[in-house]
Ligand binder design. Structure first.
Ligand code: HEC
Length: 155
C-alpha cells in the first residue's frame, strides 16, 4: 500500500510539498509570457546607445499612470526591442502582477515586477533567470523600478 493511501494526513503533506515546488518554479521566473499584442500599445521611446537601438512599448494605462505619478497598474508590461544594427537581437520584457514579488526575498525583489528575455523567434531565454535584471532595476525603486519614466511622461 502506498504511503498516500495509508493516511489522509500524508496525502495532505504530499500535496503541500507539490504546491511548494510550484512556488519554487515561479521564483525561477517563468511567469512572464511574450506580450503578443504589444504593438497595439504605445511606442513611447527609442533609445540609441552605440550600436544598440531600443524600441520601447507599453500600455496606454501605464503611460497615464506615469503622467499622474502613480505606481504602474497591475498587469502592466513594458517591452523593449533590442536591435544591433538593423538586426533584431532580442526582446526584453518586464511585467507587473499583484503578488509576484512575494516569490522573492525583500532584498532581491523589484516590487511586483518580473523580467524575462526572449529570442527573436519569441522563445524565452531559459538561461536568464531575471535576478540580474531585477538587481539593476532596483536602483529605480523610487519610480516603480522603471528607468524610462521621463520618456513616458513626455509621450
Ligand atoms: C546593468 C543594469 C541593467 C540590467 C542588468 C538590466 N537592465 Fe533593463 N534597463 C536598464 C536601463 C538603464 C534601462 C533604460 C534604457 C536604456 O538606457 O537602455 C532599462 C530599460 C529596460 C526596460 C524598459 C523599461 C525601463 O525600465 O525603462 C525593460 C523592459 C527592461 N530594461 C528589461 C530588462 C530585462 C528583462 C533585463 C534582464 C534580462 C534587464 N532589463 C536587465 C538597465 C538594466
Amino acid at each position: 500500500m502506498s504511503l498516500a493511501r495509508k493516511s489522509p494526513i500524508v496525502l495532505a503533506i504530499l500535496t503541500l510539498i507539490g504546491a511548494a515546488s510550484v512556488w519554487q518554479a515561479w521564483a525561477e521566473n517563468d511567469r512572464v509570457q511574450f506580450p503578443e499584442n504589444y504593438k497595439n500599445g504605445v511606442h513611447y521611446a527609442t533609445v540609441n546607445r552605440g550600436g544598440v537601438r531600443e524600441e520601447l512599448y507599453t500600455s496606454p494605462e501605464a503611460i497615464a499612470a506615469a503622467k499622474r505619478g502613480d505606481p504602474f497598474p497591475d498587469g502592466t508590461f513594458i517591452m523593449m526591442e533590442d536591435y544591433r544594427g538593423d538586426q533584431l537581437h532580442r526582446y526584453v520584457v518586464m511585467e507587473k502582477q499583484k503578488g509576484w514579488g512575494e516569490a522573492y526575498s525583500e532584498s532581491a525583489r523589484a516590487g511586483d515586477w518580473e523580467f524575462r528575455e526572449f529570442a527573436p523567434d519569441r522563445s524565452p531565454n531559459m538561461s536568464e533567470n531575471g535576478q540580474r535584471c531585477m538587481s539593476c532595476h532596483q536602483s529605480e525603486a523610487g519610480q516603480d523600478f522603471v528607468f524610462t519614466i521621463d520618456q513616458m511622461r513626455e509621450e
